[in-house]
Ligand binder design. Structure first.
Ligand SMILES: NC(=O)c1ccc[n+]([C@@H]2O[C@H](COP(=O)([O-])OP(=O)(O)OC[C@H]3O[C@@H](n4cnc5c(N)ncnc54)[C@H](O)[C@@H]3O)[C@@H](O)[C@H]2O)c1
Length: 276
């Protein structure tokens, strides 16, 4: 009898890694992929007794998508799940974002998801269905700071893709959902906390729970959406954000003050862009 495989991108670290480990403990075989070394994730997954294959490569490179496809073909396992967690973003104010910045952000954070879905969905169709989970962000719904225009747009595109694929492939029993995390303590966020404790705690304070989440808390939602426990959920954008989107975020005022300083005093009311 064939085992069931889930593909997870961005699996070296953070939410992708935590999701891979949770799915392994759920009993799925894994194909994990990342631009960075995956040996730690692969070794930890192996301890659970499931089969795991790692594919190292840039997810925005079509050759990596081909390698992932080949790896799935090689395993005696049917692919029933895909988790798109890899991302990269150019973090600059809008007027400093050049075409390469936009291309890079969209190629890694959006088009790689498009291409991997195009590779994996035909495989899911052959085995009678599956579940795709796109790790989006609260930034798909609300603007981040002055540096996140490209990221915000890529995440909004991911949510739109989620809905379109859900509609197109629902009749074939393929469910497609997005998870929208709030602030989550992946390594890079812990690094940010070290560099900018005030910014980190200001961000935490915008959550109803007054704290950041953990990658493992996001992995719980991934596990649920991949499994049949969520069999009537598709096309959704699931907030897993500690209540960050539940409020009008008056505490975000601190961030606005900080951003204003970053822009040399230019504030939101000054549409001409003249510095004061
Ligand atoms: N951590 C948060 O606060 C937070 C909040 C909202 C949404 N998210 C989303 O969650 C997802 C995971 O974020 P994270 O915080 O775990 O980040 P992370 O940096 O810990 O993990 C991202 C992974 O993607 C990999 N990656 C980057 N560029 C790649 C490329 N070109 N090809 C292949 N792999 C590549 C990285 O090597 C890394 O392992 C992202 O989609 C992010 O937008 C995170």
């Amino acid at each position: 009898m064939k085992h069931r495989t889930v593909v997870v991108t961005g699996a070296s670290k953070g939410i992708g890694r935590a999701s891979s480990l949770k799915l392994a403990s759920d009993g799925y075989d894994l194909v994990v992929t990342d631009i960075l070394d995956l040996s730690g994730t692969v070794a930890d997954i192996r301890k659970t007794g499931v089969t795991v294959n790692g594919v190292r490569g840039d997810i925005s490179n079509p050759a990596t998508i081909e390698k992932i496809g080949k790896k799935i073909d090689e395993t005696d396992s049917k692919v029933i799940g895909l988790v798109n967690s890899a991302f990269s973003m150019a973090s600059k104010p809008f007027l400093r974002l050049n075409d390469d910045d936009w291309d890079h952000t969209f190629n890694v954070s959006f088009f790689a998801t498009v291409k991997l879905c195009r590779k994996v969905i035909p495989m899911m169709l052959k085995v009678g269905g599956g579940s795709i989970v796109n790790i989006s962000s609260v930034h798909a719904l609300a603007a981040g700071d002055v540096n996140s225009a490209a990221y915000d747009a890529a995440k909004a595109a991911m949510n739109a893709l989620t809905r379109s694929l859900a509609m197109e492939f629902g009749p074939e029993n393929i469910r497609v959902n997005s998870i929208l995390p709030g602030l989550v303590t992946s390594e890079r966020i812990i690094e940010w906390k070290r560099e900018d404790p005030l910014g980190f705690s200001a961000s935490e304070s915008t959550h109803a729970l007054r704290r950041a989440g953990t990658p493992e808390e996001i992995a719980e939602a991934v596990s649920f959406l991949i499994s049949e426990r969520s069999s009537f959920i598709t096309g959704s954008s699931m907030l897993v954000d500690g209540g960050q989107m539940a409020s009008i975020n008056e505490t975000a005022a601190l961030n606005i003050v900080r951003n204003s300083a970053l822009l040399g005093g230019r504030n939101a009311r000054n549409h001409s862009g003249k510095r004061r």
